[in-house]
Design a protein around this ligand. Structure first.
Ligand SMILES: Nc1ncnc2c1ncn2[C@@H]1O[C@H](COP(=O)(O)OP(=O)(O)O)[C@@H](O)[C@H]1O
Ligand SMILES: [Mg+2]
Length: 411
């Protein structure tokens, strides 16, 4: 049995038929393959697996019990998938179907994001192919595909997600082609539509923030963000960390959705002026406050940096997808308008005073992202001084934010 161990993942290849004739033998071979191996997750590669009978399924069941780990089975053919499906094994094991092979040679690139490059396949479909330099697991890719469907069922416009595919060594998702511009590009061309568009964005966001998906166990945004704070633990004393995390810990629990990466590059505007949400793979559960924390355009604070401004500006240009200083300034103004418009519409029930407070609180917590940019810069005495200076500012402003439940007034 072909076995590989890489990054804590033990992969075992299954082949041929597993039935009453060879089930015992297969069980022995699997035990031998597992013998003495230290691993975190078990992957079975079913690319060469032609058939599995109930005797074979019992072997897999025992394997799952014995390893006490999550077992993924990859590259499952349509015929074998049907067997897993009717027997309920798709609930027991994490079953990944064999992605269809496609070719993207000669296909036009219609978009690029942090994770994927988007190719036009034909008049109706695109393929979002995940860059291999980013460690996006097949699991995460499948979740993005499934979440797109779930979001659509909640009556939130998104592109139809068709299929998981493989193009060479990369995986991807085939989506419906949207004849649309990203909202970021659209607003640069139509600044006069800022108010109307941010109104529509706020409606989608409110809708999303009241929707629930019961079918999947989604990640909890609060938990993820608290873990993210932990990654910067070395910069803070224990009491400082407690000040930072306290505010987040106290945010009321919610089972409703947050998008997790809600920026105007992930919203498309169709020819009819309708908005369509894309890039839904980070959807999690949590209080809408966390959406706004994630969304805060921290580069709006770039003038607060006293050192490493070139790095801060480079980050900003990446976020805005700009190349020249002039373009960046224009895009920055556009995002400022977008952010203010969105807050005004989302918190439509807030009066001017309340809105100003909400804005200042979101700015205070949004400063954490600016801090992480500074903290990640290469070490030097100047950087260490800047970290110290900015940390003081961050904490001082953070302390002024009252518990979220006291000022959150969107519903
Ligand atoms: N269904 C689609 N139809 C047309 N263009 C798309 C579609 N999905 C994505 N794009 C384009 O590709 C870009 C990157 O896609 P996205 O899903 O946001 O990738 P990433 O996860 O890497 O950010 C988008 O900003 C958009 O311009
Ligand atoms: Mg995106």
């Amino acid at each position: 049995m072909e076995t590989t161990l890489e990054n804590g993942i033990l992969t075992i290849a299954l082949s041929g038929r597993i039935d009453g004739n060879n089930a015992d033998e297969t069980a022995k071979k699997l035990s031998a393959a597992l013998e003495g191996q230290e691993f975190e997750s078990l992957h079975l590669d079913a690319e060469q697996l032609e058939y599995i009978s109930s005797a074979g399924l019992r072997v897999l069941l025992k394997l799952k019990k014995d390893t006490k780990k999550q077992v993924h089975i990859f590259n499952v053919s349509d015929a074998v998938y049907e067997i897993f499906d009717v027997t309920g094994f798709t609930d027991l094991l994490t079953v990944h179907r064999m992605p269809h092979e496609i070719s993207i040679i000669g296909c036009k690139i219609v978009g690029r994001g942090t994770f994927g490059t988007v190719y036009r396949l034909d008049n109706d479909r695109i393929a979002k192919i995940f860059n291999t330099d980013r460690a996006v697991t097949l699991d995460r890719i499948e979740r993005e595909k499934d979440l797109a469907r779930e979001v659509f069922l909640q009556d939130i416009p998104t592109a139809i997600s068709y299929d998981i595919v493989r193009a060479g060594s990369s995986y991807g998702i085939v989506f419906e082609l949207l004849e649309a511009f990203s909202l970021q590009d659209y607003l640069m061309e139509h600044p006069d539509e800022e108010d109307a568009m941010t109104g529509k964005v706020a409606d989608i966001l409110q809708h999303l923030h009241h929707a629930e998906i019961e079918k999947y166990k989604l990640n909890d945004m609060k938990q993820m963000l608290l873990e993210m704070f932990g990654m910067f633990g070395s910069f803070f004393a224990e009491d400082e960390m407690a000040r930072l995390t306290g505010l987040f810990s106290d945010v009321p629990e919610r089972t409703t959705l947050v998008h997790g990466d809600f920026h105007p590059g992930n919203i498309m505007v169709t020819k009819k002026g309708e908005l369509v949400l894309i890039d839904v793979g980070d959807i999690s559960t949590g209080h809408p406050f966390f959406e706004f924390f994630n969304m805060y355009p921290s580069f709006l604070l770039w003038q607060e940096a006293e050192f490493g401004t070139d790095i801060v500006k480079k980050d900003m240009m990446k976020a805005l997808n700009t190349t020249t200083a002039e373009e960046t300034e224009r895009a920055c103004e556009c995002i400022k308008g977008y952010w203010n418009g969105l807050l005004r519409h989302y918190f439509a029930k807030a009066d001017d005073g309340q809105l100003a407070k909400i804005e200042s609180y979101l700015k205070a917590v949004g400063r954490f992202k600016m801090f992480t940019t500074i903290a990640r810069m290469p070490n030097s005495p100047e950087k260490i001084e800047e970290v110290r200076r900015y940390k003081e500012l961050l904490l001082a402003e953070w302390d002024k934010v009252p518990p979220v439940s006291e000022w959150w007034i969107s519903e």
